[in-house]
Write a protein that binds this ligand. Structure first.
Ligand code: HXC
Length: 521
């Protein structure tokens, strides 16, 4: 005969596994969503999940809450392994009170973050919640405050990934916002501070949840979503892929995968990728993908601020962060959003020992009142700050245009860049040859009579400017460019340089003591 207390434990476990109950699970499935436990099962290595606080219960009694209890209190937390490496997982369970967050639910999340910090592992937080549990009032708010505090303590120590797999509204959005990466599910997730009803009451605007804060909005417009997935399964696959580029914590290096591609490989198509006409666009993806290890480029923020490109890749098996201008979009100009995108990515790489490789083709900053009034000065300054502050190896390839302040910003030697490579097509100058010629030779140009004569003379001066100034050799003669290489030599050159620079951070401690800087934000 079974001992009574063992039967009770089995019952307790069964109850906990049901979360908010069978009906809630059915409702969750009918929305095309997986349950919290199904999501965890897909994410982690088989048999690795070790749940804690399975029997947690809220303490609220008001508004009939004494009769509404679910073991686990609407969130599943535990240790796990993903591809053999430890990770702590938090998955909100919408089946109990809409995954809403009360005192104990929050305490479980905080404990999970603290565990992740103490073992030095990434945290993956799958959000699916109606927000602050209304019945628990200020205890819910306190819970959010605690989570934000611990997200901040963990920032820069362990990678933090948020999957948004359902509602995420009100103050709840700030936990993902404080984490490193956000992955949104297109079918079922949305994020906003104030929902459609409040928006209508406050400003009369009529808008539905998806148009206000759906995955596409955050992937294309706000830049909140780093990645979007069609459904829960894809979100989890993307999370696993993202984790494969990240170290467990800021004391580790990201995992190296050797043997993926020949370090000596030269891609001769690179030699003709930059068009003869310097004003003609080309696709920078073609450069990045030919230089890094084959099929390793993993882009983030693909649809937002497309004039800049950021993402992880491998170079001779080492994880690197790629930053690039995209001449095929807005001529690769730096604007407010591109600056934010680059600065935040560089800071992540620096926090987690990921060398930064920058590919430059930038005509300058986007002009106009929209940008000026929107604070391009402040946002552009973030790029300078992030590169200057970063102590990871910084390697830069000047592909074509590197003009003015944008030349300095894009990983130049002057901001502590370690190794600067230029292609023969590089144009490093204060401004583009056309603009420069108009200023330097204005008097000569004003003297000619017909527009045709003027154009002919202008082109002569443009050539002269290009030959004398806007080329890589002036910068190379000063040491601002370390080497000029044929495009096909880029990959072996970067691999060799990276090999020498990998030990850099151990010798480079140059900052005076301070609590932290005051980055323009
Ligand atoms: C308590 C909640 C809840 C909440 C949902 N539920 N949100 N219970 N507190 N915040 C409950 C519902 O009453 C319902 O209970 C169950 O969860 C499922 O919810 P449904 O509404 O049936 O689901 P759905 O139609 O999918 O709609 C989901 C939803 C909606 C869009 C999230 O429930 C909603 O709008 N909820 C309120 C959202 C909100 O205003 N939250 C506060 C945000 S302010 P039953 O009994 O039917 O099972 C905030 C401040 C934080 O979070 C500040 C931190 C600094």
């Amino acid at each position: 005969m079974a001992r009574p207390e063992i039967i009770k434990l089995r019952d307790m476990r069964e109850r906990a596994l049901l979360g908010g109950g069978k009906e809630g699970i059915e409702a969750q499935r009918s929305k095309g969503k997986l349950t919290a436990r199904e999501r965890i099962e897909l994410l982690v290595d088989v048999g690795s999940f070790m749940e804690f606080d399975m029997f947690a219960q809220h303490r609220a009694t008001e508004f009939g809450m004494d009769k509404r209890v679910a073991l686990g209190d609407g969130v599943v937390t535990g240790f796990s392994k993903v591809d053999g490496r430890p990770a702590v997982v938090i998955a909100q369970d919408f089946t109990f009170l809409g995954g809403s967050l009360g005192e104990i639910h929050a305490a479980k999340i905080v404990k999970a973050i603290q565990y992740a910090l103490s073992i030095g592992s990434p945290i993956i937080f799958i959000n699916d919640s109606g927000g602050a549990r209304i019945q628990e009032g200020v205890d819910s708010l306190k819970g959010y405050g605690d989570i934000f505090y611990w997200n901040v303590q963990a920032s820069g120590v362990i990678p933090q990934i948020a999957i948004i797999a359902g509602p995420c509204a009100g103050g709840a959005v700030y936990s993902p916002a404080l984490m490193d990466f956000i992955i949104m599910v297109r079918k079922s997730s949305f994020m906003f501070i104030t929902g459609p009803r409040v928006v209508k009451a406050a400003i009369g605007e009529e808008i539905d949840e998806m148009r206000l804060g759906g995955a596409d909005v955050h992937a294309y417009k706000s830049g909140m979503a780093h990645l979007i997935a069609e459904d829960d399964r894809e979100a989890i696959l993307l999370t696993r892929k993202l984790l494969s580029y990240l170290p467990g914590n800021n004391m580790e290096d990201p995992p190296r995968v050797e043997g993926g591609d020949d370090p000596e490989r030269r891609d001769y198509e690179l030699d003709s990728i930059v068009p003869e006409d310097p004003n003609k666009p080309y696709d920078m993806y073609g450069v990045v993908e030919r230089v890094v290890d084959v099929d390793t480029f993993f882009e983030l923020h693909r649809f937002w601020a497309r004039n800049a490109i950021v993402g992880f890749a491998r170079l001779n098996g080492y994880v690197v962060g790629i930053v690039a201008n995209q001449p095929a979009y807005l001529a690769g100009v730096l604007d407010i959003d591109a600056s934010d995108k680059i600065a935040r990515f560089v800071r992540f790489c620096d926090s987690f020992n990921v060398p930064v490789i920058t590919f430059v083709d930038v005509p300058g900053y986007l002009p106009g009142s929209m940008q000026e009034h929107g604070g391009i000065i402040r946002h552009g300054a973030k790029v300078l700050y992030a590169y200057s502050e970063a102590v990871v190896p910084k390697l830069t390839v000047i592909v074509r245009k590197a003009y003015g302040g944008a030349y300095i910003a894009m990983g130049s030697k002057h901001l502590g860049g370690d190794f600067s490579v230029a292609w023969p097509t590089a144009e490093i100058a204060v401004m583009g040859p056309e603009g420069a010629a108009e200023i330097i030779w204005r008097r000569e140009l004003d003297k000619v009579r017909t527009p045709e004569e003027r154009e002919e003379l202008l082109q002569k001066f443009v050539k002269e400017y290009r030959d004398r100034i806007a080329n890589p050799y002036v910068a190379a003669s000063r040491g601002y460019v370390d080497v000029v290489v044929e495009p096909n030599e880029t990959r072996p050159t970067l691999i060799k340089a990276l090999d020498y620079l990998l030990t850099k951070r151990e010798v480079k401690v140059r900052a005076p003591p301070k609590k932290h800087g005051n980055m323009p934000v």
